[in-house]
Design a protein around this ligand. Structure first.
Ligand code: ATP
Ligand code: MG
Length: 393
C-alpha cells in the first residue's frame, strides 16, 4: 500500500489514480485534483468502483490503521443497489483485502434496527436523493423502493439561485485572501487558482450554499405555504466568506417547502427544479412515501403507515417530522375501519438521524444470532460472490 504523506491529508493509489478521500482530502486545493462523487446522481448506484477501492484503502490503512485480513467486515449498501455491483464489492473485499468474512446490509434495514424496530417505512432524506424503503421483519422489500431528487442538494441549488438573483457571487474560502487593515476592516484579494479544477471550485462553492441553507433555511413550515404567504417573512442575513452580506426573506421558508410542494419553486427567483429521476414532474416527499407504501402487500400497509422512520442529514431541519406526519395523515387511505394511523418517528438527536445506518450496523453486528450469517472467505472460494444473495438477500 502506497500512502503519500502531506499536511492536509494523505492519498492512496488505485490503478494509475491518486485518490484523496474524506474531508481532509477534499478540503484543500491541489493542482489538477478533480472532485467527483462515487455515486451516479440519477441511478444512485456506485459509478466509480476504483473510487470505492480508494475509500476502503483510506479507511483500513489511513483512518483506522487495521489489517483487513484480521476482521470480518459488515458493509452497508443503498436500497437500490444491483446484484452485479454487490458481487463486485464482495469479490473486491475477499480478493484484494482478504477479509475473513463479509456481510452486506441495506442501509434502510440498519436504520430500521437503529429505531428499535424490525418493520418500518424508512424515509432517508439525504443529499442527492430522498429514498423511501419498506422494511418488513428485517428485510427490505426491494420492489417498494421510491427515490426522488427532493433532498439536500436540490435545496442547496435553490439557495444558489436565490443568492445569484440578489446579485451576490459566491466565492469559497479558497478563492481569495483577506488583507486586514489597521482599522479592523479588510479587503479581499482574489488568489491565483491556476491549475485548480472547476470541479474543486464548484464543490467548495456548493459547500457555502449548503451552509447558507443550514443557517437560514433550516425550518420547515408547520402548514402548507403558498407563494402569496411568503411576502411578509422576516429576513435573515448571512455573511459570505468574502464578507458580502446576503439577506434571504420569503426564500427562507420557500426552500424547505420544496420538499412538500415542489411548485413553490416558482416563487424562488431563477430556480427551476429538475424532473424526477423517472423524467416525470416532481412529486412531494409525502406522495413518494405514500407511493412506496402502496407497493407493499395491502395486509402490511397499516404497519407501514404506523412505523415511518425519518432519517438522513436533510431530516435534521426543524419541523420535518411534524410536517411529514400531518401531510401523510392527509394522504393515507380511509379504510372500512376508519383512517390509517400515521406515526413518524425520528431519532431525537440530530446526530443519530445522520448516522442511523452506522448505529443499526453496530446493533446488528453485536447480536449473537448474527454471527452465523457471515459469508466466510472459504465459502467465497467454494461458491463465488453470488452466494452473498442467499446470505444477505
Ligand atoms: N442542519 C441542517 N439543516 C439542513 N440541512 C442539513 C443540515 N445538516 C445537514 N444537512 C444536509 O444534509 C445533507 C447530507 O445528508 P446525508 O449525510 O444524509 O446525505 P448522504 O447520505 O451523503 O447523501 P445521499 O443519501 O443522498 O446519497 C446535505 O445536503 C446537508 O446540507
Ligand atoms: Mg445517505
Amino acid at each position: 500500500m502506497e500512502a503519500a504523506g502531506s499536511r492536509q491529508g494523505r492519498s492512496v493509489r488505485v490503478g494509475n489514480r491518486e485518490l484523496f478521500v474524506g474531508n481532509a482530502g477534499v478540503n484543500y486545493p491541489r493542482q489538477g485534483m478533480e472532485v467527483a462523487p462515487l455515486f451516479d446522481p440519477v441511478t444512485g448506484l456506485y459509478s466509480d468502483l476504483q473510487g470505492l477501492e480508494g475509500v476502503y484503502d483510506s479507511l483500513f490503512h489511513l483512518n483506522l490503521d487495521v489489517d483487513p485480513k484480521e476482521r470480518p467486515l459488515l458493509v452497508c449498501e443503498p436500497s437500490c443497489n444491483t446484484d452485479e455491483i454487490r458481487e463486485k464489492v464482495v469479490a473486491l473485499l475477499f480478493e484484494k483485502y482478504e477479509v475473513p468474512a463479509v456481510f452486506i446490509a441495506k442501509d434502510a434495514v440498519l436504520s430500521t434496527f437503529a429505531s428499535a424496530r424490525s418493520t418500518a417505512t424508512v424515509v432517508d432524506c439525504g443529499h442527492g436523493q430522498t429514498t423511501v424503503s419498506s422494511v418488513l421483519d428485517g428485510f427490505l422489500l426491494r420492489g417498494s423502493v421510491v427515490r426522488t431528487p427532493l433532498a439536500g442538494s436540490l435545496l442547496s441549488d435553490a439557495v444558489g439561485a436565490a443568492v445569484a438573483a440578489k446579485g451576490a457571487a459566491v466565492k469559497s474560502r479558497f478563492e481569495f485572501k483577506r488583507i486586514h487593515d489597521p482599522t479592523g476592516g479588510f479587503t479581499v484579494q482574489d488568489l491565483d487558482l491556476d491549475g485548480v479544477t472547476e470541479s474543486f471550485k464548484a464543490f467548495q462553492r456548493r459547500a457555502v450554499l449548503s451552509d447558507i441553507k443550514e443557517a437560514v433555511c433550516g425550518r420547515v413550515s408547520d402548514t402548507p405555504l403558498r407563494a402569496e404567504d411568503l411576502g411578509g417573512m422576516p429576513g435573515l442575513s448571512y455573511e459570505l466568506p468574502d464578507g458580502q452580506e446576503v439577506e434571504l426573506h420569503g426564500e427562507r421558508s420557500a426552500i424547505p417547502e420544496l420538499l412538500f410542494n415542489p411548485d413553490i419553486a416558482a416563487a424562488i427567483p431563477g430556480f427551476s427544479p429538475p424532473k424526477a429521476f423517472s423524467g416525470e414532474p416532481l412529486a412531494a416527499v409525502p406522495h413518494s412515501v405514500k407511493g412506496a407504501i402502496q407497493k407493499v402487500d395491502v395486509d402490511h400497509q397499516k404497519d407501514m403507515y404506523a412505523n415511518v422512520v425519518l432519517v438522513g442529514g436533510t431530516s435534521v431541519m426543524q419541523g420535518m417530522r411534524d410536517r411529514l406526519e400531518i401531510a401523510l395523515s392527509e394522504l393515507a387511505p380511509i379504510t372500512t375501519h376508519g383512517g390509517m394511523r400515521v406515526r413518524v418517528a425520528v431519532p431525537t438527536a440530530g446526530v443519530e438521524r445522520r448516522f442511523s445506518t452506522w448505529i443499526g450496523g453496530s446493533i446488528l453486528s453485536s447480536l449473537g444470532t448474527f454471527q452465523q450469517m457471515w459469508m466466510s472467505r472459504q465459502e467465497y472460494q467454494e461458491h463465488g460472490a453470488a452466494l452473498i444473495h442467499k446470505r444477505a438477500p
